[in-house]
Design a protein around this ligand. Sequence first.
Ligand code: ATP
Length: 394
Amino acid sequence: MDKMYLSEDIPNFEEFIINASKRLNIDEDTLENGFKRKLITKYEYNGKKYLCFKKKLKHIERGTILFLNDNLDFIQGYPKIRRAMVLESAVEKYFDNKIAVEEKLDGYNIRIVKFYGEIIAITRGGKICPFTTKKVKKYMNTKFLDDFPELMLCGEMVGLNNPYVSHYYPEADKNHENLGFYIFDIRNKETNSAISISEKEKLLDKYDIPYVKPIKIIDSSDFEELWNLLDDLNEKHREGVVLKDLKMIKNPIKYTTHNTQCGDLSVAFKYVYDLGIDFMFSRLVREGYQSFEKCENEEEIKKRSHDLGESILTPMVETIKEISKDGLAKECFELYFDSEDDFNEFINYLKTMHINFAIETREYIKKDVFKAKICRIYNSTSNKIKSHLEGNLW
Ligand code: ATP
């Protein structure tokens, strides 16, 4: 087999495959095949080279990173949470006894570990993000990781002022930025086994780390309460719930609200040719099952249909209008850094991730506060709409 395709990336590739397969407990062929199919790629952070698993390979989760050091240290990706389509049937099938109903926060997934004395924050996809790492170091008490180096803190970074998912959370207001971080699981870095709900709460309270507190512990057959909690979240425009076995042995299940489905569709159709197709089908199907399960009458179905139609059409027309004026579909984020150097480091990171972006503004607004407006450019949406506006045919 020709292994030249990796010889520049990883010296002694064959030896590496033997060692890494032992370390990860995965067979050599699967690992090698992962490289061949470009599912495993190399990145660098602060001089440390690491591999990122872009897809799940056997028990190695998507988003796993493996450092190219002597020990081949690795951190497992956060496991996929499967979705209930028909809530009551799924809960009945997967749980018995009591369950923790945790709020599902709408931000981005982060794993925090201490790696040879240094705090790092890893995104869902398996990249060490300099922006998030800096914020975690600044705002979070990380002593926990000194005491438990084999564990990782898994959580959601939420708020307006982050580069990935911009969504306002009133509880996340800080001095000048809306950014908060809430842990939802404590897991072993290598095995991914999670600590029970009560132990997690005890530890996070002790170390004064903010976390997603269960909204309520309920009996898994108490559907009336479960729907009450969901209706309340829906009214407050909050995303949904993650249902967890108290011992964290069974896999959690997620379920999202009607307003979340509508919100997702709005984003999808704002950037219609970049996100529309992937987002649309799954969100619409969720609404079909939800309407059925709630035994909606004609009027309620009409209202749901209206909401869905509005979520799709309004943002799309807005985007067409914007492109007819400015020619670009873009999503802008206002970010705060401690210095211009931190800003530059993040910009370099975006470049290495091949993200298409433009910097709209950047300036020191105070001595240690550097503010920047960075816009992600959606090329397919911009180009296709522009082309149709110029009269080109479908
Ligand atoms: P995946 O399920 O693979 O993560 P996805 O993009 O479909 O992919 P989501 O629909 O956002 O993921 O749901 C799962 C994500 O929900 C988790 O990865 C996590 O970041 C987030 N999340 C928010 N709140 C919680 C919580 N309380 N417990 C667990 N996960 C949560």
